[in-house]
Design a protein around this ligand. Structure first.
Ligand code: NAD
Length: 248
């Protein structure tokens, strides 16, 4: 029970890596509010979690993450209901691989809005709450492409480099308020998107990964558990790769 009594907010918690973070946090004694993009998917995720363990304290909301005012309202309502926020996980994100010559400014803006601006919108009101309560932990989701870039879809690696920059900078700025700020950089992870690829494609991708296979969402979630827990009490400003060494 590494997170007993803690209150966590996890964005993009309805599926994939985010859903596994929510499960792991609940299994370790946290109370969790997951943010999703639609009521329908939020309800589905909550039903699945309650089916697994009816005692888990989990709720869901679907604020538009790219609307700063709506996000602030949602964060304040979590504080109102649970009295505090100990852990914020910024996991929601979109990726694409459009070649530069086909890219539109709108597409670029969309990726940056969700993958970068939305993090700032969740962090600002949450950090104020954490400062007032004496500390907390902020975790962002980066990617292996934040180290090497990627050969198409420039918005996505650009956004993840920005996530690292925000993480390292805020770790330094917020340390005096006892707020730790870290990121996890997953490699190819077997979420729905990867699982739905033809076996041949998965094998080709796997052959480029030193550990020889994609990561499981649960394996990425374990890094989020460690960093949120007191086991990582002296870890801040870290971008932890969970990628089978495929970043090189
Ligand atoms: P996913 O597509 O399975 O889940 C994404 C989550 O983000 C969903 O819960 C979705 O509801 C939410 N989301 C998407 N658009 C949203 C919006 N506009 N508003 C609110 N919520 C929105 O993705 P995943 O693979 O689990 O990825 C989670 C994070 O991990 C992302 O930040 C992604 O960039 C990162 N990541 C994933 C991989 C991978 O291989 N799967 C690798 C590196 C990094």
């Amino acid at each position: 029970m590494l997170l007993k009594g803690k209150v966590a907010v996890v964005t993009g918690g309805t599926r994939g890596i985010g859903f596994e973070i929510v499960r792991k946090y609940l299994a370790n004694g946290a109370r969790v509010v997951l943010f999703g993009s639609r009521q329908e998917t939020v309800d589905k995720a909550l039903a699945k979690l309650k089916e697994e363990n009816a005692d888990w304290e989990v709720e869901g909301m679907h604020p538009a993450l790219t609307d700063a005012a709506e996000v602030e309202k949602a964060i304040l309502s979590v504080k109102e209901k649970f009295g505090r926020i100990d852990i914020l996980v910024n996991n929601a994100g979109i990726s694409q691989s459009t070649p530069l010559y086909d890219y539109t400014p709108q597409e670029f803006d969309k990726v940056i809005s969700l993958n970068v601006c939305a993090l700032f919108y969740t962090i600002l009101p949450t950090a104020r709450i954490m400062k007032e309560q004496g500390g907390g932990c902020i975790l962002n989701t980066s990617s292996m492409v934040s180290i090497s870039g990627q050969p198409a879809g420039v918005g996505y690696p650009t956004s993840k480099f920005a996530v690292n920059g925000m993480t390292l900078s805020l770790a330094r700025e917020l340390a005096k308020d006892h707020i730790r700020v870290n990121a996890v950089a997953p490699g190819v992870t077997r979420t729905d998107m990867v699982a739905s690829l033809p076996q041949q494609v998965v094998e080709r991708i796997s052959s480029t990964i030193p550990l020889g296979r994609p990561g499981e969402p649960e394996e990425v979630a374990s890094a989020f558990l460690y960093l949120a827990s007191d086991l990582a009490s002296y870890v801040t400003g870290e971008v932890l790769s969970v990628d089978g060494a495929c970043r090189a």
